[in-house]
Ligand binder design. Structure first.
Ligand SMILES: [Zn+2]
Length: 183
């Protein structure tokens, strides 16, 4: 995981990808280069997005907030500050009255460039096999009164228990489980 950033123009389109050499999963490093790009484009920018490690709802760090405030003070304009995790996104804006009073909103309609920002950030994603395996919760689930027979996924998971011991045994062999859950 590496933090990456992208500067957005007034139409919300990509102006500049910020991919510093020394980026790590912690904080977006201060960068003279990045500041000069902000300054040169100050009449045509709407905001900046950067990525955070991990998944789920994220939010600005204290360093993020002080950086947002310093950039806005330097440019004399307010900007949209987008922050993305591996699977969700928030938009941070100044709403005052204090110098560091920024408000965080959840973003449900994600902009197109998020896909590329996440790719450049190198999130590790679970593949389908991992997701399937995890969905069994450590064993095969049996519900003798249920409707599901056969070994085809998702049969044998807690949401789709199989209804006979023969299928339980087969699924356990295929997946390498030695536990049976009775529903
Ligand atoms: Zn951050």
């Amino acid at each position: 995981m590496m933090e990456a950033g992208v500067l957005l123009d007034k139409k919300g389109e990509v102006l500049y990808w910020h991919l510093p050499n020394n980026r790590s999963g912690g904080a977006l490093p201060d960068s003279v280069d990045l500041w000069s790009v902000f300054w040169e484009n100050r009449n045509n920018i709407s905001g900046f997005a950067h990525s955070h490690p991990g998944f789920g709802r994220t939010g600005p760090s204290h360093t993020d907030i002080t950086t947002f405030n310093a950039v806005e003070s330097g440019l004399g304009i307010k900007l949209d500050w987008w922050i993305t995790s591996g699977d969700s996104m928030v938009l941070v804006r100044y709403n005052g009255p204090g110098r560091l009073d920024y408000h965080r909103m959840d973003v449900t309609m994600e902009p197109d460039w998020v896909i590329q920002l996440r790719a450049l950030s190198g999130y590790e994603t679970l593949n389908n096999a991992d997701i399937e395996f995890a969905s069994f919760n450590g064993g095969v689930t049996l519900d003798p009164n249920g409707p599901n027979a056969g070994t085809k996924y998702p049969n044998g998971t807690p949401h789709h228990p199989v209804n006979n011991l023969e299928d339980v045994q087969k699924i356990a062999n295929i997946r390498g489980f030695d536990r049976i859950f009775l529903k």
